[in-house]
Design a protein around this ligand. Structure first.
Ligand code: FES
Ligand code: FES
Length: 134
């Protein structure tokens, strides 16, 4: 089974979305050992022993949202929400490496994540400003 299918169907973690199923849209992005991966391209077997973080696991134990999540809310970077979990997790990986990106760097970082609502301006703004919510 694919990691995406195990997350959604076996573990009921439906925050991770299925879009294309072929690695092209980023909707299924999760963190594997802190690195963003398309879970539709990862065999569940290959994830054995890895730490996998889905959108459900990003907030703190007391329910406080992660700074990236806060930034998306504050900047209105969510329309239908379908791309949002993948966008946030891709941004989380990226911001761990480049905490204060330029707009161009932020755009490049989410270039593998498609938003069918075309809300990119707000999403890029949220990624650039996320450090303010730490
Ligand atoms: S569903 Fe995995 S990249 Fe689109
Ligand atoms: S907010 Fe609808 S797909 Fe991005």
């Amino acid at each position: 089974m694919k990691l995406l299918d195990v997350l959604r169907e076996e573990l009921n973690l439906t925050g991770t979305k299925q879009g294309c199923g072929t690695g092209d849209c980023g909707a299924c992005t999760v963190l594997m050992n802190g690195k963003a991966v398309n879970s539709c391209l990862v065999l569940a077997l290959d994830a054995a022993g890895s730490e996998v973080t889905t959108i459900e696991g990003l907030s703190s134990k007391n329910g406080e949202l992660d700074p990236v999540q806060k930034a998306f809310v504050k900047h209105g970077a969510i329309q239908c929400g379908f791309c949002t979990p993948g966008m946030i997790l891709a941004a989380k990986d990226f911001l761990g490496r480049i905490p204060r990106p330029t707009e161009a760097e932020a755009r490049d970082a989410i270039s593998g994540n498609l938003c069918r609502c075309t809300g990119y301006a707000k999403i890029v703004e949220a990624v650039v400003e996320a450090h303010k919510y730490e």
